[in-house]
Design a protein around this ligand. Structure first.
Ligand code: TYD
Length: 216
């Protein structure tokens, strides 16, 4: 299997509001790189390892007010630590490309930017327990109303019990969107914003071009 070139991004995260299409795009990039014979691990958060998937259920199911903001932050961080230890680090060490559907930027935005100024605690906990950033973060930017409409139609189809965060509503989605755009400014080296208000294939083309430009 070819290893990616020395300068290629090895750890890539996809971020965006719920319904932005990031999961589809993460899958498509994984398929594209696999077709080029790269060893690719496609994973997700919260989850991505057996223990972290158990924690995921505690986080995404149930009433919106189920956890205090602090407890929720600790659960996301615990899940991420397990994901890093069991899945991401071993894959990177053997030379694979890791593509994660969400990573620490989701916590910065969902738990840091939206919940009454907890950004500093989020950063401290990240430094203490995670301490690693992706090489490339693709932020899929999307009109929040359209994204919310997508998640609502999807919920009635197949994921009726994973709606805890989506039930926070449109204003929350606007805050999230701004939070992701702010992160792109804070980390201009690794973050790229892609316009998600287009057909999925155009978005994928841009992401493939982005991968190439980061690999050059
Ligand atoms: P996800 O499975 O990515 O949902 P979707 O595919 O609908 O975007 O994530 C589940 C929810 O968890 C999502 O609403 C975002 C939220 N979340 C956080 O609040 N903090 C985090 O650190 C992560 C990884 C996710």
């Amino acid at each position: 299997m070819p290893s990616p070139g020395a300068g290629s991004p090895r750890f890539i995260s996809f971020e965006g509001v719920d319904g932005s299409g990031k999961s589809t795009q993460a899958r498509q990039l994984a398929a594209h790189l696999t077709a080029q014979n790269h060893d690719v691990v496609l994973t997700r958060e919260p989850g991505g390892a057996p223990g972290a998937e158990e924690i995921r259920r505690l986080l995404v199911e149930g009433a919106p007010g189920r956890w205090s903001p602090e407890t929720e932050l600790l659960l996301f961080t615990a899940a991420r630590r397990d994901h890093l230890e069991r899945t991401i680090t071993p894959a990177l060490e053997r030379g694979a490309v890791v593509i994660s559907d969400r990573f620490a930027d989701s916590t910065r935005v969902y738990q840091g930017a939206t919940r009454g100024g907890r950004a500093e605690i989020v950063d401290q906990l990240h430094r203490l327990m995670i301490g690693r950033e992706p090489d490339l973060t693709v932020i899929i930017d999307m009109d929040p109303a359209q994204a919310l409409a997508r998640t609502q139609s999807r919920q009635s189809d197949n994921a009726p019990d994973e709606s805890r965060f989506e039930s926070f509503g449109l204003e929350f989605q606007h805050t999230l969107r701004q939070g992701f755009l702010d992160l792109a400014q804070r980390w201009p080296d690794r973050c790229r914003v892609i316009d998600g208000n287009r057909p999925a294939e155009s978005v994928s083309e841009d992401i493939r071009a982005l991968w190439e430009s980061f690999s050059a």
